[in-house]
Design a protein around this ligand. Structure first.
Ligand code: SF4
Length: 330
C-alpha cells in the first residue's frame, strides 16, 4: 500500500491527516525496520541497568554514539551504581568525561547520582516526574529513561525524532528551530497506544533519524517509509531557514576544552601563568601534562580570551582556585 499524507484521504483522519490504518502501517514499518537493523548498543541490552541508560542518555546529548561508547563503558565499569559516582569528588566525573565535550554534563550526572542516593535509596526512579526532578535531567531525558529503562509509554522527542516527524508527516525539510507545542502534540498523537510498541516506536524513530533520515543527506532510497513520506511527496522542498552551525575553532568553548584537558592530567593545582607560556619554556617534556599544555598554547588565544575561559570554568563549577592554582572541583 502506498501511503501519502499529502494525498486526500477518505474517512476520519488523525495526526498529520493520517487515517488510523495509515498510522498503524507507519508503526509496523518503522518498528519492523528497527527490529532488523538496529545497532547493537550496550545501553539497549535488557541487562543494562536504569543507571546505565541514564548515563547513556546524558552522554549522547549532542555527541555521536561512536565517541560515547568507550567513555560510557569506562564509567559503568568504574561506577556501576549511582552510589559509586556520588561517593567520589565531582572533579573525578569531569576528569573521566574524556573528550565528550560539554563537560557540565559530568557535573550534572554527579549531582543526579547524589540526589538518587539521597532521595531514592540509590535506585534510579522510574517515574517521569521523579526523573525530571533530578538535577540536570530535562523533559527529553526523563521521558527517554522512563521509556527505555522502565518500559513506560512516554512521548520521547529528540532532534532525530523531530526531524523524522517534520519530513515524514509535516512535509517540511526541518523542524522549527526550537521545539514547540504543536510538535509535542503531533509526537504524542503519533505514539502507539500499546505500551510495548510505544517503547519500540520511540527507539525506532530515533534510530531512523540517526541512520537514514539524517540532517544533511537523508538516504530516502533506504527508508522503510519512503512511499509514505510527505516531504518526498511534496517534491523535497528546501528548508525555510539555514540551520545554525556550531562554531568551534577559535571559540571560548575550544579554549575551555583545552584548559580542562590540562586540569584533567594535572596532579596539583596549575598556576595561571602556566596556561600562557610555551610548555618547553616551563621545562615540560612533550609527554604527560606537557601534551595538553602544548595544545592549549597552539591555540594562540588572546590573554583576555584565556581569562574569560578560566572565569567561565570557575563560574560553572568545572574548576576551582586552590593554593594559587586551578584544579578540577574537589
Ligand atoms: S523518505 Fe527520506 S525524508 Fe522521508 S522519512 Fe524517509 S529518509 Fe526521511
Amino acid at each position: 500500500m502506498t501511503l501519502s499524507p499529502a494525498m486526500p484521504v477518505d474517512g476520519p483522519s488523525g495526526p498529520g491527516g493520517l487515517r488510523p490504518d495509515q498510522l498503524a502501517a507507519l508503526h509496523r514499518r518503522i518498528t519492523g525496520w528497527f527490529a532488523e537493523t538496529a545497532r547493537d548498543l550496550p545501553w539497549r541490552e535488557t541487562r543494562c541497568s536504569p543507571w546505565g541508560v541514564l548515563v547513556s542518555e546524558i552522554m549522547l546529548q549532542q555527541t555521536p554514539v561512536v565517541r560515547v561508547l568507550p567513555v560510557w563503558r569506562e564509567w559503568l565499569e568504574r561506577w556501576p551504581t549511582p552510589a559509586g559516582l556520588a561517593g567520589e569528588p565531582a572533579g573525578e566525573a569531569v576528569r573521566s568525561w574524556g573528550r565528550l565535550g560539554y563537560p557540565r554534563r559530568a557535573l550534572r550526572l554527579h549531582a543526579a547520582a547524589a540526589a538518587i542516593v539521597r532521595d531514592h535509596a540509590g535506585e534510579v526512579p522510574g517515574d517521569y516526574t521523579e526523573l525530571l526532578a533530578l538535577p540536570g535531567v530535562g523533559s527529553y531525558t526523563a521521558a527517554a529513561v522512563a521509556a527505555f529503562a522502565f518500559g513506560r509509554r512516554e512521548t520521547v522527542v529528540d532532534t532525530n525524532i523531530r526531524r523524522v516527524h517534520a519530513r515524514l508527516v509535516s512535509g517540511v525539510a526541518l523542524p522549527s528551530p526550537s521545539l514547540n507545542a504543536a510538535e509535542m502534540r503531533l509526537a504524542a498523537e503519533l505514539l502507539p497506544d500499546d505500551v510495548g510498541t510505544s517503547v519500540r516506536w520511540n527507539a525506532a524513530v530515533m534510530e531512523l533519524g540517526a541512520l537514514v533520515c539524517t540532517a544533511r543527506a537523508p538516504k530516502c532510497a533506504e527508508c522503510p517509509v519512503r512511499n509514505s513520506c510527505a516531504w518526498l511527496a511534496a517534491g523535497e522542498p528546501p528548508p525555510s531557514y539555514a540551520p545554525k552551525g556550531q562554531a568551534w575553532h577559535g571559540t571560548d568553548r575550544q579554549v575551555r576544552g583545552a584548559v580542562i584537558a590540562v586540569l584533567r592530567l594535572a596532579d596539583a593545582p596549575v598556576p595561571a601563568e602556566m596556561f600562557q607560556r610555551e610548555p618547553a619554556d616551563l621545562g615540560f617534556a612533550a609527554t604527560g601534562i606537557g601534551v595538553p599544555l602544548s595544545a592549549l598554547h597552539r591555540l594562540n588565544s588572546a590573554p583576555e580570551q584565556l581569562e574569560r575561559a578560566i572565569a567561565g570554568l570557575l563560574g560553572d563549577g568545572l574548576a576551582e582556585l586552590h593554593q594559587g592554582g586551578y584544579r578540577l572541583p574537589a
